[in-house]
Design a protein around this ligand. Structure first.
Ligand SMILES: Nc1ncnc2c1ncn2[C@@H]1O[C@H](COP(=O)(O)OP(=O)(O)OP(=O)(O)O)[C@@H](O)[C@H]1O
Length: 333
């Protein structure tokens, strides 16, 4: 490895030595490449959301990039105020970003009109909120709550779902899948918090959404009940193929998914991927987790605070391009 202290210019290391023709070729090749997020179900591209309250601006999202592929079950984590709920409200179609781009299942979340937004919220995304009371209508039974979205879709829905028998069958199927079939004729106040949340997931799944969004769905529940709720999300993901995004503070939930994305100061900062590895000698399976930092489209990287603080890195760092990695050193001038 070269001694970083002798390096005078590092930012041009990647391009130094390239001829003008080679640089032009690289730019042309990049232009012809696939669009960002072309194969993703959810694409957030440099998403910005600024709130103004009493003349004060709050930048809740500061250029957030996120791609979620169809069929994923993933968790979003982050400190209070990092922008998780703001992102969920945008993905749910309840709020509109200030700038950037966001699309879900081909719907452009910035440009869609009122009518399109309504059908997006009714048919493309389902959501489950933390407050159990917010998810269900108190004067309807569990079965009636699940049937409501099907009735609201009415004539716009698929032909095979228009008859009363088909609707009843779907309600039964979803309540069964969520393990709350016995609650079908009960109103919310006659159910436990956990049962209410599982009925809420059934409601959210009624119109076969592409994406199920949940904002702290286990926040009001004890850990055993939280596990049951998480198992219900997993069943929705595995048996119905629904893409699931869960915002959670719950470490158990976050560690049970294959992908956990952390948000910091309105941007995605790190990501943990978990995969099953089989020991070639013993044949034993184990779950291996690996943490990654996010590199945004402009090449910006957020270094973990504990790393930069440990080495006293501030304002400026030195970079060195090596054959298979980039070195980062504290500025010693
Ligand atoms: N409607 C609003 N008006 C003004 N500021 C807002 C509004 N909604 C959110 N904010 C601010 O935006 C930032 C991000 O808030 P957000 O609710 O998205 O964070 P969060 O990560 O979900 O936090 P928590 O985990 O506490 O729910 C915070 O500083 C918050 O005060």
């Amino acid at each position: 490895m070269t001694d970083p202290t002798t390096t005078t210019s590092t930012t041009t290391a990647a391009s130094s030595g390239a001829t003008l023709e080679q640089l032009e070729e690289r730019v042309t090749a990049r232009r012809g490449g696939p669009e960002y997020g072309h194969d993703a179900l959810i694409t957030c591209d440099r998403l910005v959301r600024i709130f103004s309250a009493d003349g004060v601006e709050v930048q809740a999202l500061q250029g957030l990039d996120l791609l979620v592929r169809g069929g994923e079950l993933m968790a979003l984590v982050g400190a209070s105020g990092s922008g998780k709920s703001t992102l969920m409200n945008i993905l749910a179609g309840l709020d509109v970003p200030t700038a950037g781009a966001a699309s879900v299942a081909g719907f452009d979340l910035l440009s869609m009109g009122a009518k399109e937004r309504l059908s997006y919220r009714r048919d493309v995304v389902g959501f489950v909120w933390q407050q159990t009371a917010r998810n269900l209508l108190p004067y309807l039974t569990a079965a009636q709550n699940v049937a409501l979205p099907l009735q609201l879709r009415g004539r716009d829905g698929p032909r095979e779902m228009r008859g009363r028998a088909a609707k009843t069958a779907r309600v039964e199927l979803l309540l069964g899948l969520m393990g709350v079939a016995e609650c079908r004729d009960r109103r919310p106040h006659q159910m436990s918090g956990g049962q209410q949340q599982r009925v809420a997931i059934a409601v959210a799944l009624a119109n076969e959404p592409s994406v199920l969004l949940a904002d702290e769905p286990t926040g009001e529940l004890d850990s055993h009940t939280a596990e049951q709720i998480f198992a219900a999300f997993r069943r929705a993901n595995e048996e119905l193929g629904t893409t699931v995004v869960i915002v959670t503070h719950d470490q158990t939930v976050a560690s049970e998914v294959r992908r956990t994305v952390a948000i910091r100061d309105g941007r995605t900062s790190t990501e943990i991927l978990r995969r099953t590895e089989v020991d070639s000698a013993t044949g034993q399976e184990s779950l291996v987790a690996r943490e990654y930092a996010m590199l945004d489209r402009a090449g910006r990287l957020q270094l973990p605070a504990e790393y930069t603080e440990a080495l006293g890195m501030r304002d400026r760092v030195m970079l060195e391009l090596e054959r298979d990695h980039i070195g980062v050193w504290p500025d010693d001038t």
